[in-house]
Design a protein around this ligand. Structure first.
Ligand SMILES: Cc1ncc(COP(=O)(O)O)c(C=O)c1O
Length: 419
């Protein structure tokens, strides 16, 4: 039998092309194993991971493995609606304990960030008796019908997928690097409420404290508070989408803690399940209880194994030492990237950091991520223009791995002609 001329990775990529829909965009990386902040491909090549399964590994690859194994041996899927089980309740209790405010909360567990955002809107609609929803420029809230309407990027997320869900309104969001200030955005929101939708029709606004897919755009220090004040003046609920910025990614458990604003509803996901699909909606108890029994739920939401992982994750990220280390990692990344001399902006909140390249086109950022992969670093781009290099490194990374990853990033920027 002839020995294949193709590497193990190339063979998997060929099978992927044959059997998997092309609409799922992929890179040539074929993962065989991962641990902490490192992973290995199907050919045994080692990489430093600055992507963390797209922000799902804040505590590091394998962190929750023991909790997962233990729960897997005890029982698997039950469906919380058929038989209640303690890990689900314990996750909700920890979400209450880590709530960024004083209010008594309740939670609902789901499978994905998009599903959780949809449920937050459902809850807000029932609780207020209103239908309209306000989302912001550069927002990403998911790919389901309602959440793609909330998402603010036509290609690839919306084009051809309509009709989109109705009663979604878009307000400007601050983007200081591209000339939009907090004042501009607040003025835009006030105008929206005069020109397009009556405030008394609006159930909620949905806002990411750091816009993730939109380009790691950090909301200015005053913006969430001013939005919240406007909401309070009109009986509109404030939904804080922490799917990407939460679970320790920006330092504290929730990025909104940087702003001192207490949301009405908070949406979590990604790293919550330590690598298993889990998302949540947490909110003021009376809002969460506005929906009658049967109105919320789903077959797999809050699967016991995902909940066991989430208990371990939440216990970890709430530790002051985790936050201190996360902020130390953030400071190290920022000082190194600041020194690369790249034309553009380095920005972020704690360790949720990114580098926006000056030119608002995707080509250079794509060359950087490709060059990084060649050198052994997994890196992601994002942004409305596709020109932002973001860091979603596991926050368990050791100093020497972080240093090596940043060396590779600097080299990749050089390879691509960005520095
Ligand atoms: C802020 C935010 N909300 C919602 C989502 C959707 O989450 P999921 O992909 O789990 O549906 C994402 C995913 O990137 C996100 O970043």
């Amino acid at each position: 039998m002839a020995v294949s001329e193709h590497t193990a990775s190339e063979q998997v990529v060929a099978a992927r092309e044959r059997y998997v829909a092309r609409g799922v965009a992929t890179t040539p990386l074929v993962v065989a194993r991962a641990e902490g902040a490192r992973l290995w491909d199907a050919d045994g090549r080692e990489y430093i991971d600055f992507a963390g399964g797209l922000g799902c590994q804040n505590t590091g690859h394998g962190f929750a493995a023991a909790a997962i194994h233990e729960q897997a041996d005890r029982y698997l899927q039950q469906c919380f609606m058929v038989g209640i089980y303690e890990p689900y309740i314990e996750v909700c209790r920890l979400l209450d304990e880590t709530w960024p405010g004083d209010t008594e909360t309740k939670s609902l567990l789901l499978n994905s960030g998009a599903e959780a955002v949809e449920n937050a809107v459902k809850i807000a609609r029932v609780a207020t008796g209103r239908t309209a929803v306000i989302a912001f420029d550069h927002a990403f809230h998911g790919r389901t019908n309602l959440t793609m309407a909330l998402t603010s990027k036509v290609v690839p997320y919306k084009r051809g997928f309509g009709p989109l869900a109705p009663e979604v309104y878009r307000s400007p969001a601050p983007y200081p690097y591209r000339g939009v200030s907090s004042d501009d955005a607040i003025r835009g929101l006030e105008l929206l409420l005069k020109q397009d939708v009556a405030p008394e029709s609006v159930a909620c606004v949905v806002l990411e404290p750091v816009q993730g897919e939109g380009g790691f755009i950090v909301m200015p220090e005053d913006f969430p508070r001013r939005v919240k004040e406007l909401c309070e003046a009109h009986g509109i609920l404030y939904v804080d989408d922490e799917v990407q910025s939460g679970v320790g990614r920006a330092g504290p458990v929730w990025a909104i803690e940087h702003y001192g604003v207490e949301p009405d509803l908070l949406v979590s996901g990604k790293s919550l399940g330590g690598g298993l699909p889990l998302a949540g909606v947490t909110g003021r108890a009376e809002l969460m209880d506005a929906v009658p029994p049967g109105g919320l739920g789903g077959t797999f939401g809050g699967n016991p194994v995902a909940c066991a992982a989430a208990i371990a994750v939440l216990e970890e990220v709430r530790r002051p030492a985790f936050r201190a280390r996360a902020e130390e990692i953030g400071a190290t990344i920022r000082s190194r990237v600041d020194g690369f001399g790249v034309s553009g902006e380095v920005r972020g909140l704690g360790p949720m950091l990114a580098l926006e390249l000056g030119e608002p086109t995707p080509e250079l950022a794509s060359s950087v991520t490709a060059a990084a992969r060649e050198r052994g670093l997994i890196l992601l781009s994002c942004g409305i223009y596709g020109n932002v290099i973001r860091v979603l490194v596991p926050l368990s990374i050791a100093d020497d791995e972080l240093g090596r990853g940043l060396d590779l990033l600097e080299e990749a920027l050089g390879d691509a002609g960005a520095a």
